[in-house]
Design a protein around this ligand. Structure first.
Ligand code: PLP
Length: 403
């Protein structure tokens, strides 16, 4: 078969490491291996019944055609209300765009604004997709290390130092995947002061985990803290994580009308609109009964505490207690240099992850995939039994290492 010539934008991109890890787990399971899978980036709960019913009703009512590119009115209204509660500001249709997941909305926002010569500041640890999405559009991801000693959060000093005349965006993700860190209102206000000095810099605020938080207060929001920046903040969110709807593929973005219009144009030429049925389901998710969110977060909190406690007892591992999302970032730098029972030396976090997969049958993802060497990510969006079994297996495997 003659080989197809691929565009350089594709060859520049890596496959998503989390998708690759999930694929590896599927392959091992297909070979008959019992794997304790802690790689998953999605809730293990099913979508709540009232949301499914809304989808069925939409189908029965004939909502099975193309919709306006910026969505059905019920969904736009639900998003607008949600955003008003969060920021205190009004969002009319010209400020709202929807897509097949927050991921697609972020991709289109970058497609609309990034080209050769444009820099995008990506604080690290980062969600795996940001740098590759920037590179896909010929831009330069400027990765800024945000160490654990600074709670993995971007400081005003580091932001200021990373900005150049070519900077178009800084990406903030709060709560963060992979660390679960959350910016306080004060920290956001200090970042806003830096942004005030650099009007060419916009903020892509990825808030996909904002309902999953272990505080009793809402996650602070940059636009609420600094409303004068509203036209420079593109906020993205969706229903995947909060409502266990990853497969429905529905996300949204809110921002200034010029950017939203450009994204809608790209959407109109690529997918026309996301699924009409998913839109109806998402409208119900955002505006209907919210008890699922409360109950699932209570369950994640228990799982977080159990997993943290068990991993913290293992010598050589240093889990970081997350404030939001459903991931634990675990320091494993102390294991690097150790020798496995078959004599291999662990020389990176990737080696640690492979060792845990081979010797403990526990699947995790190396921190270097998130731009932070010396860690691995554990998802606790799985049953407590799985988490306990995984922690026990990790403990046995780690104690078999020698120095
Ligand atoms: N942003 C972050 C930080 C994520 O972790 C994910 C999913 O893993 C997304 C965005 C994408 O979510 P969606 O399912 O809405 O595309």
């Amino acid at each position: 078969m003659p080989s197809q010539t691929l565009a350089s934008r594709v060859t520049r991109m890596r496959e998503s490491p989390s998708v690759a890890a999930a694929q590896r787990v599927r392959e091992l399971k297909a070979q008959g291996r019992a794997i304790l899978d802690l790689t998953v980036g999605e809730p293990d709960f099913d979508t709540p019944e009232h949301i499914k019913r809304a989808a069925v009703a939409a189908m029965n009512d004939g909502l099975t055609k193309y919709t306006p590119v910026n969505g059905i009115p019920a969904l736009r209204e639900a998003i607008s209300k949600r955003l008003h509660l969060k920021t205190g500001l009004d969002y009319d249709s010209s400020r709202i765009t929807i897509g097949g997941g927050a991921k697609q909305v972020i991709f289109l926002a970058l497609m609309a604004t990034v080209e050769a010569g444009v820099e995008v500041i990506v604080p690290s640890p980062y969600w795996v997709s940001y740098p590759d999405m920037v590179a896909a559009h010929d831009g330069t991801p400027v990765v800024v290390d945000c160490p654990e000693s600074e709670q993995f959060l971007l400081t005003p000093e580091r932001l200021e130092a990373a900005i150049t005349p070519a900077t178009r965006w800084v990406i903030l993700n709060t709560p963060s995947n992979p660390t679960g860190a959350i910016y306080t209102a004060h920290q956001l206000a200090r970042l806003a002061e830096v942004l005030d000095r650099h009007p060419q810099v916009h903020v892509l605020s990825d808030e996909i985990y904002d309902e999953i938080t272990y505080f009793d207060a809402p996650v602070p929001n940059l636009t609420a803290v600094a409303p004068h920046l509203r036209d420079r903040v593109f906020l993205t969110n969706g229903v995947s994580k909060s409502y266990a709807m990853t497969g429905w593929r529905l996300g949204y973005g809110v921002g200034n009308p010029e950017l939203v219009g450009a994204i809608n144009k790209l959407q109109s030429q690529s997918s026309s609109c996301p699924s009409s049925i998913s839109q109806a389901a998402a409208a119900e998710a955002l505006s209907g009964d919210q008890s699922f969110v409360t109950e699932s977060v209570a369950s994640y909190r228990r799982r977080r505490d159990v997993t943290f406690e068990l991993l913290d007892e293992i010598e050589g591992l240093k889990p970081v207690l997350p404030q939001g999302a459903f991931y634990l970032f675990v320091g494993c730098a102390d294991l690097i240099g150790a020798r496995t029972p078959d004599g291999t030396v662990l020389s990176s976090d990737q080696d640690v992850v492979l060792y845990l997969l081979d010797h403990a049958s526990v699947a995790t993802i190396q921190g270097s995939a998130y731009g932070a060497d010396g860690y691995f990510r554990v998802s606790f969006a799985t049953s407590e039994d799985t988490l306990r079994a995984a922690a026990a297996a990790i403990s046995t495997a780690v104690s078999a290492l020698t120095r």
